[in-house]
Design a protein around this ligand. Structure first.
Ligand code: 4NP
Length: 154
């Protein structure tokens, strides 16, 4: 089982959106017994809180199923348990490495790097642009899934 953890600042907007978008792709491609995913925050700000209402709205608009969940912070143990830790922006990457103590096993990546871009997925908590974030996460997740399928011959 290849285990993926998506990470953003609050774990109420971008990383849970990535979790549910990627989960839907996994299901559509019948890869549930090969791939699993979850998501975490780098900050404690929103711990225990549900996904942002506008994140839920944009997922519903694109027919992506989601479940009730509570924001959870990334911990050192997660670095051992997951095979890939995928951040949304450069600040997430910095804080992920700070929390888990570096990246000796080369597990930490920025999502849009799989689209050959060095771009950040901007925080919709501040921009309010959930549609743009949806499109970027969807492209990143698609490219990441194609990468995994190639590397592991899935
Ligand atoms: P996210 O957005 O990192 O995409 O979940 C944020 C949500 C909440 C906060 C920051 C970012 N906050 O500071 O409370």
């Amino acid at each position: 089982m290849i285990k993926v953890c998506f990470v953003c600042l609050g774990n109420i907007c971008r990383s849970p959106m990535a979790e549910f978008i990627f989960q839907d792709m996994i299901k559509r491609e019948n890869l549930q017994d090969k791939l699993m995913c979850s998501s975490r925050a780098t900050s404690t700000e929103e711990v225990g809180n549900p996904m942002h209402t506008n994140a839920k709205k944009v997922l519903t608009k694109h027919h992506i199923p989601y479940t009730d969940r509570k924001a959870q912070v990334l911990c050192q143990e997660d670095y051992q348990n997951f095979d890939y830790i995928i951040g949304m922006d450069s600040s997430n990457i910095f804080h992920i490495k700070q929390i888990v103590g570096g990246d000796s096993k080369n597990k930490v990546f920025k999502l849009l790097s799989f689209c050959n871009l060095n771009d950040n997925i901007e925080d919709p908590w501040y921009t309010g642009n959930f549609d743009k974030v949806y499109d970027e996460i969807n492209s990143g997740c698609r490219a990441f899934l194609e990468f995994l399928k190639m590397v592991y011959s899935l």
